[in-house]
Design a binder for this molecule. Sequence first.
Ligand SMILES: [Zn+2]
Length: 184
Amino acid sequence: MTEPGDLEEQAGAGVPDNFRRLWTPHRMAYIKGENKPSGSGPGDGCPFCQIPKMKDEDGLIVARGEAVYAVLNLYPYTSGHLMVVPYRHVADYADLDGPETAGLAEFTKRALTALRKASGAQGFNVGMNLGSVAGAGIAAHLHQHVVPRWGGDTNFMPVVGQTRVLPQLLRDTRDMLAEAWPAS
Ligand SMILES: [Zn+2]
């Protein structure tokens, strides 16, 4: 097992924190195909169609709008990695209708505000991977990533203890972001 001291030997990427070790195996499971839909249709186990049917706490939903919702990524690149997702099972951004387009833009703005307020994020990566060749994990149902960044990429929401397991980290993060989510 890699110890924090080992990670600190890495050059050029700031001082790593202990969360990296918690998350990397989780992301590896995703890359290996667990929880992947069996096909491209909405009934093929598409997680973005299933999540809105769950309670917010269970689905890690931060906020629900009319046409879109915001949810924490179960396989985050950084803490607080949010996704803004239309309820409708649609693959191509060009196929979004007016309310979906407006909702996606508005919820992206609110996600930035909530992340700044809850975590002090200093920057963001925002965008979509459209199509599996472009790197989309779930290509059949588009989703906008909002990934908070901090100087050195070492930071994490400071109230969250480093020894807790990932599911609890995600629930705590969801609670904080839901509370910080602007009403308008
Ligand atoms: Zn879907």
